[in-house]
Write a protein that binds this ligand. Structure first.
Ligand SMILES: NC(=O)c1ccc[n+]([C@@H]2O[C@H](COP(=O)([O-])OP(=O)(O)OC[C@H]3O[C@@H](n4cnc5c(N)ncnc54)[C@H](O)[C@@H]3O)[C@@H](O)[C@H]2O)c1
Length: 435
């Protein structure tokens, strides 16, 4: 099939590339000319394991085209996916749909024949209706407006695209369902469930899924607080609860506040949708509040671990992204921790496998180093922030040249008993302190 993907970020680039890999001709459009030029030169703008190779293969085969020319891409395609960002509005919980509507206006202006226009971006209930209205007003006929929310996770995006649990299509058009079924057949053949529903339901399924996962994380994080005070290991609770198939073990790992580009904005987006429809989603509101409190709580815990005198203390961060295998910094806990510590006069060094982050450049006493050893040497405190594989087996006693260092493990990456045996002063999440 001939596809156009507008917005080549984490979702658009992965989806476009993987659709091309299934044999489709895909035109990937982005308004960011640097991004497009780099992609044409074979440089991916994002860190996503395995993506570069699949881009190269399909680009060289002529199935994957990168362009800034929306009109050409739209008119050379039958199906258009909108994959632009849908952040929260500034100082508001509601969703900023300006990028989506801008794309819709561009499509209305340039399309010379009817198309299937799909929102893969996460959009609130009723957005498809608004898009349909825009088309009706423009008098452009024959366009089908469809919702096909995306569920891939950064860091595992290629696998998630190729082996989704389900493909959700929201439309009221039988022909559209049949075309979409054909498009996704290579994935449904491997076991993905093909689920058709109304457009509004498809839009809500995405928000409901993210809010539920955020709730699971928040629940176990709050229980971790209780475990720390009652001398219980949270991992026993996760295991004991998660073995119940009704509950399931995933998303029951205690850690920092949830972050990333989706959960924080989508929980807020769902609350604002609730308000629009005069429905109080009090549980989701509590989740958002608890998650915000968690950021403060974890920062305050640093004070407790190293004492009030943070000034001149050497603090090393291992990882700063919101999760491993991605370069995405959106809503990462490090964005509240590092500024706090820098302002208090700590000397912060960080090593991040996906590279230096501009977010911390304005802090004079915060430096990026390009290996674990240089980050940790002489550290008073090592904060294991993101559980990249290369942090799993560090011999801290060997690389840190003082005997009073402490480790604050935000992901419970290290084995508690091992830390105990090595007599390392060790603080983790929902487990007793070793001090
Ligand atoms: N990142 C994820 O893990 C993830 C997962 C599932 C769903 N989503 C949803 O997918 C959507 C996209 O998220 P993302 O993380 O890929 O965003 P992103 O910010 O990484 O990428 C968006 C891209 O769209 C481009 N763009 C914006 N306006 C444009 C226009 N008018 N024409 C052409 N290009 C334009 C931007 O330059 C950017 O490259 C969001 O709604 C998000 O909630 C994201």
């Amino acid at each position: 099939m001939r596809l156009c993907v507008i917005g080549t970020g984490y979702v658009g680039l992965v989806s476009g590339t993987c659709f091309a890999d299934l044999g489709n001709i895909v035109q990937c459009v982005d308004k960011d000319i640097n991004k497009v030029n780099n992609l044409i030169k074979g440089k991916s703008p994002i860190y996503e394991p395995g993506l570069d190779e699949v881009i190269k293969k399909n680009f060289n085969a002529g199935r994957l085209i990168f362009t800034t020319d929306t009109s050409k891409a739209v008119n050379n395609s039958d199906i258009i996916f909108i994959c632009v960002g849908t952040p929260n509005k500034k100082n508001s919980q509601s969703v900023d749909l300006s990028h989506v509507f801008k794309v819709v206006k561009e499509v209305i202006q340039c399309a010379k024949s009817k198309k299937i226009l799909i929102t893969k971006s996460t959009v609130p209930v009723g957005t498809g209706d608004q898009i349909e209205l825009m088309f009706r007003k423009s008098k452009k006929k024959g366009f089908s407006i469809v919702s096909n929310p995306e569920f891939l996770r950064e860091g595992e995006a290629i696998r998630d695209f190729r082996y989704p649990d389900r493909v959700v299509i929201g439309s009221d058009n039988k022909k559209v369902f049949s075309i979409m079924k054909d498009l996704y057949q290579p994935l449904t053949n491997k076991g993905a469930k093909f689920f058709t529903t109304t457009r509004r339901a498809a839009e809500l399924i995405k928000y409901a899924s993210n809010a539920f996962l955020a709730t699971k994380i928040t629940f176990i994080n709050e229980l971790a607080n209780l475990c720390e005070k009652s001398n219980i290991n949270i991992e026993d609770i996760s295991l004991g609860m998660g073995s119940d198939l009704r509950i399931g073990s995933r998303f029951l790992r205690a850690g920092p506040a949830y972050g990333g580009s989706c959960f924080p904005k989508d929980t807020k987006g769902l609350v604002s949708t609730g308000e629009k429809f005069k429905t109080n989603l009090s549980l989701v509101k509590s989740v958002i509040k608890s998650n915000q409190n968690r950021k403060k709580l974890l920062v305050k815990r640093i004070d407790k671990i190293i004492g009030k005198k943070i000034k001149d203390k050497k603090i090393a961060f291992l990882g700063v992204t919101f999760k491993p295998n991605t370069d995405d910094m959106r809503d990462s806990t490090s964005l509240s921790m590092i500024p706090y510590l820098s302002k208090k006069g700590a000397k912060v060094s960080y090593y991040e496998p996906s590279g230096k982050k501009n977010h911390f450049s304005r802090f004079k006493n915060c430096v990026f180093v390009n290996n674990i050893k240089d980050a940790c040497i002489n550290a008073d405190l090592v904060i294991l922030h993101t559980e990249w594989d290369e942090f799993k087996s560090i011999d801290f006693k060997k690389i840190i040249k003082n005997n009073h260092f402490r480790i604050y493990d935000l992901r419970n990456l290290y084995n508690f008993n091992e830390m105990l045996n090595k007599k390392i002063k060790y603080y983790s999440i929902g487990r007793p302190n070793i001090n």
